[in-house]
Design a protein around this ligand. Sequence first.
Ligand SMILES: N[C@@H](CCC(=O)N[C@@H](CS)C(=O)NCC(=O)O)C(=O)O
Length: 206
Amino acid sequence: MSVVVYHHPYTRAANVLWMVEELGIPHELRFVDIMKGGHKAPELVRLNPMGKVPIVTDGDVVVTESAAIALYLADRYSPGKLAPAMDDPARGAYLRWSFFAPSVIEPGLLAKTSGGQFKATQAGWGTYEDMVAAMESAIAGKSFVLGERFSMADVVFGGTVRYMLRFKMMEPTPALTAYSERLGERPALQRSEAKNAAIAKEHGLG
Ligand SMILES: N[C@@H](CCC(=O)N[C@@H](CS)C(=O)NCC(=O)O)C(=O)O
């Protein structure tokens, strides 16, 4: 099996399982016991010097960073479908909202909840209000980021929205809640959640 996902169900690797379920590709899940420091083992640090999961290998290719993993897998295994083709104008929005999740939403909400001091003009994530307005604009009047067409951008952007709402790291808004619920109806997401729960149970995680 070419695609290997270094996985723990309580990490961002849970979202990588959603990615491979959407793609329907064969893959191997390798459980990394982060509670026992498995992610700091030398063989994993060789793959990701950050000592973090998720990590995906595909033959000799190593990809870390959840959004990069998503875009890599979609380009490689679903070109023109879950990844818009190179000459498709939809690629602009696809990349834009895929990058928005790790560049703006994640650091922005962490900065807010941790009470960190920063100037909104210098911080790439700006203000909370602008961020929420931008997030709502991504899906205004649409089912998904690209309109009626689901894409891997929804796994990245939507996965982040779902996480932030679930763990109450941001105020719910009607549009973002409806989007999150729409994503929750996807069979691939439901399969990945069931598998993540089964893996958690198998390893005795609370
Ligand atoms: N930017 C990375 C973040 C990876 C990350 O922070 N992973 C966490 C789990 S979600 C981790 O491995 N934490 C353990 C540690 O840092 O020791 C991504 O998007 O994949």
